[in-house]
Design a protein around this ligand. Structure first.
Ligand SMILES: Cc1cc2nc3c(=O)[nH]c(=O)nc-3n(C[C@H](O)[C@H](O)[C@H](O)COP(=O)(O)OP(=O)(O)OC[C@H]3O[C@@H](n4cnc5c(N)ncnc54)[C@H](O)[C@@H]3O)c2cc1C
Length: 720
């Protein structure tokens, strides 16, 4: 039985009782979360104007549609693209962990996270009904806008459902959208993206500026009246078109974009987290979060909106219906990985070989970031033993290595789920830069320019400028310069610039790159080969570096950037298989999946993007360079673990028969090995390469293959 909601004073304050809904999406954090900050600030202002009973309702919806396959995409040669869920089990686990962590953060602020599995448009309607029953007289919906046609479409549906629900209860309502996905805010880019209000998009600009961005705002200027904002579901796709139109002036080549923004665009400081209403720091610039009233919480519990977050992944698919269960089975069949055998969410269990052994969440993201940068915790506790250089120290070189947790930043999953914002990374990097600048100043004597150095360091720490220590007329000047091999954090900032490029380029191009030939003028012949595609997914191509990366990806949801480039190049350039199958497999499986980064990188590696450079990776050479000790291969391709030296583990087809025998390696043509394994149920063999490793074309190194086949036929399968 639902408790009456609204509390004792509800009737008395009915004349002015505002409620703000804050929709969390891929932004699972409370720091640098403008929608939460602004919603809390609005309610604080309302309360200071003697409006009482303000409700702040943070919510998240686990969208069941994402657990099913993507509909309506035809692959080369016909047929739908893959029957796997858009949100595969690795991504799902991290998402649930991110939500659990967000709920803890909100509870620490005296609030909570309302959540439901279903559709966000249905959830928003239920929340409006609950708020109306609690005596709310005015409604606002605050959320980040999210790049990607699908995300923008869902935004349109949610806004329409919100407007309809508010109208049904006779409540005035407004929608406030914010931009928080990139390091560089759209309004700060060195190109003019924004719109005059007369653009006719139906939104009512009420701010001080005469122009605004399509479907977004960082201030009041994007506020729209939900009952008249034109977001009525009949205008779906409108925002995507608008973004495409407005971003058309952006450069299509990554380095042009990145260099321009890094030289000319400022980075805004992150928004602080709002504070607990009873926190003693009432002087803080952070607004207070109104606590969730007990009566409302009780009603939300009754409505099933405050239940525990699930940890059992299979049950989440089951709750989404038969289509999701079938999609999960397809993913399991494709990868050979069984969902029920994966660690449940929040269990803190990880495959010992994983390069991503983290639990998701804002706190964990901060720990990783500060550990990686070698920064002290706020309590002065250093995470790394004193005297040891922080992992970032070797980043200029190590970031390309394919094996290990600390070779690269491992921030992508935190960024993709929004447990961390790019501005938060930037702010932490600026702390490092400021310290470095001060040290360099001290080392060079700092004569006469101590004040200037301090000013520059301060400017840097404030995020006003990137750093280059240069002396101009005795003054330290902070400015961007391209990183050299010896640099560390400059590379990290550069990568965030690349990330921004892919997001803006996605907004600019819309779904165009998803055409088979992308934007290239002479699309090559693409083919479907389910068997070969399955071998690629399961790491059975006979190219050990590629196979190790693919097995790592299927088992953990992560493989390095170098690994991704190589496996993508092999699929698209050497095997000539419809590259969008790879894109969709990555979408489902990558723990750090980001629709813009995934699409942009695939288009680049398949040669279908706008970038004029067309690289084909020689995967053996790459493996030897970026996994020189064959650590990755030994970890993920146990059949080759004993093959030494590392050069042979990278190219077992070149190994003399006695070396293969000593290491217990059985090389077989794939069909033969797979058939024998199916019959005997035992593995222990490794396939010959599916392509000629020297040229990455054709069927395989014929001469060597023949020799090895002769030798192999003399050896029985290991366990036979
Ligand atoms: C085919 C393919 C698909 C990819 N799909 C994704 C994806 O869905 N999501 C994703 O975040 N990255 C994707 N990447 C980019 C890159 O592989 C990962 O960002 C990187 O491996 C993450 O590890 P890290 O955090 O240690 O990155 P680092 O190398 O330490 O870089 C730091 C941060 O910079 C950003 N970054 C670095 N390189 C890139 C890049 N090429 N594109 C975009 N951002 C970059 C990421 O946010 C990353 O966390 C893809 C790359 C390829 C080749």
């Amino acid at each position: 039985m639902a408790a009456p909601i609204g509390g004792k004073g509800a009737a008395a304050s009915r004349a002015s009782q505002p409620a703000a809904l804050v929709w969390f999406r891929s932004d699972l954090r409370v720091t640098d979360h403008e929608p939460l900050f602004r919603a809390a600030a609005d309610l604080q202002l309302a309360q200071s104007l003697e409006q009482h009973g303000a409700l702040l309702l943070p919510f998240f919806c686990l969208d069941s549609r994402e657990l099913t396959p993507r509909a309506g995409e035809a692959a080369a040669g016909g047929g739908t693209i893959l029957g796997i869920p858009q949100l595969g089990p690795h991504r799902l686990r991290l998402l649930l962990e991110g939500c659990a962590s967000l709920r803890t953060s909100l509870q620490q602020l005296g609030s909570n996270l309302l959540w439901q599995q279903g559709s966000p448009e249905a959830l928003v309607g239920r929340l409006v009904a609950l708020a109306a029953a609690a005596g709310t007289t005015r409604l606002a919906l605050h959320h980040h806008t999210q790049p990607g046609a699908e995300a923008l479409e869902v935004e349109g549906k949610v806004a329409a459902a919100f407007a309809a629900a508010a109208a049904a209860h006779g409540l005035p309502a407004s929608v406030h959208t914010y931009w928080g996905a990139t390091l560089y805010h759209p309004e700060d880019l060195p190109w003019q993206l924004w719109l005059p209000d007369s653009d006719g998009d139906g939104s009512t600009g009420t701010g001080s500026t005469s122009s605004r961005l399509p479907g977004t705002s960082s201030s009041r200027s994007g506020t729209s009246d939900a009952s008249s904002n034109g977001v009525d579901g009949s205008r779906e796709g409108f925002q995507q078109e608008k973004w495409q139109q407005r971003c058309s002036c952006l450069p299509g080549v990554m380095s042009d974009f990145r260099k321009a923004v890094q030289a000319h665009a400022p980075v805004r400081p992150p928004f602080p987290a709002p504070r607990h209403a009873e926190s003693s720091s009432s002087s803080s610039s952070s607004p207070a979060v109104p606590p969730l009233p007990a009566s409302f919480a009780a009603a939300a519990v009754d409505a099933g909106l405050l239940g525990s977050l699930p940890t059992n992944l299979c049950r989440v698919y089951a709750a989404a219906g038969d289509e999701a269960v079938a999609a999960l089975s397809s993913w399991e069949a494709l990868t050979g990985v069984v969902c029920a055998e994966l660690a449940p969410a929040c269990s803190a269990q990880h495959d010992g070989r994983s390069a991503l052994p983290f639990t998701m969440g804002e706190q964990q993201a901060q720990l990783r970031l500060r550990y990686y940068l070698g920064l002290e915790e706020s309590d002065g506790h250093r995470l790394r033993a004193a005297g040891h250089p922080p992992p970032i120290a070797g980043y200029g070189q190590s970031r390309m290595q394919a094996f290990g947790v600390d070779h690269s930043a491992k921030l992508s999953a935190f960024l993709a789920l929004g447990c961390l914002s790019p501005r938060m990374v930037h702010a932490a990097v600026m702390e490092v830069a400021a310290a470095e600048l001060a040290r360099e100043q001290q080392a060079t004597g700092g004569s006469g320019s101590g004040g200037a150095a301090a000013d520059a360091a301060h400017e840097v720490a404030d995020g006003v400028a990137e750093v280059k220590l240069s002396e101009r007329q005795g003054q330290a000047v902070a400015e961007w310069r391209e990183p050299t091999a010896a640099d560390s954090w400059r590379w990290l900032l550069m990568h965030l610039g690349i990330r921004d490029f892919f997001i803006y380029n996605h907004l600019k191009q819309g779904p165009a790159p998803m055409r088979l030939g992308g934007s290239s003028r002479t699309p090559p012949e693409w083919r479907q080969d389910p068997e070969l595609f399955g071998r690629w997914v399961q790491g059975q191509t006979g190219l050990p570096f590629v196979d190790a990366c693919m097995r790592e990806l299927a088992a953990t949801g992560y493989t390095s950037n170098r690994g991704r480039q190589n496996v993508a190049s092999l699929l698209a350039k050497a095997l000539r298989i419809d590259w969008r199958l790879g894109l969709r497999y990555f979408e489902s499986t990558l723990a750090d999946h980001d629709c813009s980064a995934n699409l942009g990188n695939w288009a680049y590696n398949a040669g279908t993007g706008a970038d004029p450079r067309d690289r084909t990776f020689k995967t053996v050479t790459q493996g030897l360079r970026y996994d020189p000790d064959a650590c990755l291969i030994r970890a993920w391709v146990p059949q080759l673990a004993a093959l030494t030296p590392p050069e042979l583990a990278h190219q077992p087809w070149t190994a003399p028969p006695e070396a293969l025998a000593a290491a217990g390696v059985q090389l077989r043509p794939w069909q033969q090995g797979a058939a024998a394994e199916a019959e005997s149920g035992t593995g222990g063999w490794y396939p010959f390469p599916a392509v000629d490793p020297a040229t990455q074309t054709g069927k395989g190194p014929k001469k060597q293959q023949q020799q090895q086949q002769q030798a192999a036929s003399a050896q029985p399968l290991a366990q036979e």
